[in-house]
Design a protein around this ligand. Sequence first.
Ligand SMILES: NC(=O)c1ccc[n+]([C@@H]2O[C@H](COP(=O)([O-])OP(=O)(O)OC[C@H]3O[C@@H](n4cnc5c(N)ncnc54)[C@H](O)[C@@H]3O)[C@@H](O)[C@H]2O)c1
Length: 330
Amino acid sequence: MFEKSILVTGGAGFIGANFVSHFAKSYPHYRIIDLDALTYAAHSAVFELQAQMDNVVPVRGNICDAALIRQLLRQYAITGVIHFAAESHVDNSIANPLIFVETNVNGTANLLNECLNYWQEINCMESARFHHISTDEVYGSLGAEGFFTEETPYAPNSPYSASKASSDLLVRAYTHTYGLNTTISNCSNNYGPWQHSEKFIPTIIRKCLAHEPIPVYGKGLNIRDWLWVGDHCQAIDLIFHKGKVGESYNVGGHNERTNLQIVDTVCNVLNELRPWSGHDYNELLSFVNDRPGHDFRYAIDPSKISKELGWTSQTTFEQGIRQTVQWYLQ
Ligand SMILES: NC(=O)c1ccc[n+]([C@@H]2O[C@H](COP(=O)([O-])OP(=O)(O)OC[C@H]3O[C@@H](n4cnc5c(N)ncnc54)[C@H](O)[C@@H]3O)[C@@H](O)[C@H]2O)c1
């Protein structure tokens, strides 16, 4: 018998796959329903692995499908939601913004609405929690100095970050208007196993192994604050269980790197683990035209989650990137 049922959305994508694996092992008394539309970004192999776990039920479906959400909430008596499902690639949002509005804004609104109706109906508005996974990109771009805190005003610059900012505001409104028990986490760039090959670090590895040019935007000087996905999963676990209602928590590991530094680190690990006779993978570095509206720098101040919930990142970039490269090589 399970103590409770939790709906995870987007658990066949990068962070969701790592999270479901962590959560299922840490809480064998929870039943986890993983709802994922299995878009191009998902891994069907993850669904197959989850189907073999005793406490995970993978379900293929869309977060915009109100009837399906209504049915799942009741069928499994779900009293917790951890919401990852999203369109997540900035370049795709520039090429095709409307699907980002549909999934990230309408999909989130639909989930919030169905949870509100069900949790009011079964009288568990205080105990049932909706945790929303968001991004530091909602805050816009930093110059060379400073950090994003939870008080930084939202200033999203891409259709992706605008759609995530909109979904955060809907989550906030459902707490303030209806008393829904929500929390939000705004995390910096993640890296680790199961990340889609279109994203920056998997692209570097893929191009190196194919001996093809590694595309780097502009001069490669844009800065991101990189976090090991397992550390992000720990933070979500803590916020879901112990975060305060209606609060947002910034999650980051004080690990700022330029894109050039990322290429150099990945190439050096590959030079060691998969030597390329007579060559250094860094030779493949190739600059391409910059992304339109490319944010210069993101950096998170994680003091709130550290002070209030005792979270800090545990994995150094050197450890994490080595594990990531090893995983892709396998
Ligand atoms: N990757 C990062 O560095 C990062 C950083 C901060 C926050 N986030 C946020 O974390 C969440 C997960 O990111 P990710 O990198 O794992 O994304 P991802 O693109 O790898 O995975 C997204 C998953 O959502 C599913 N999905 C998409 N549309 C759906 C729909 N309409 N219904 C049901 N499922 C749907 C996809 O099939 C996929 O499995 C997103 O909300 C993203 O905004 C990501």
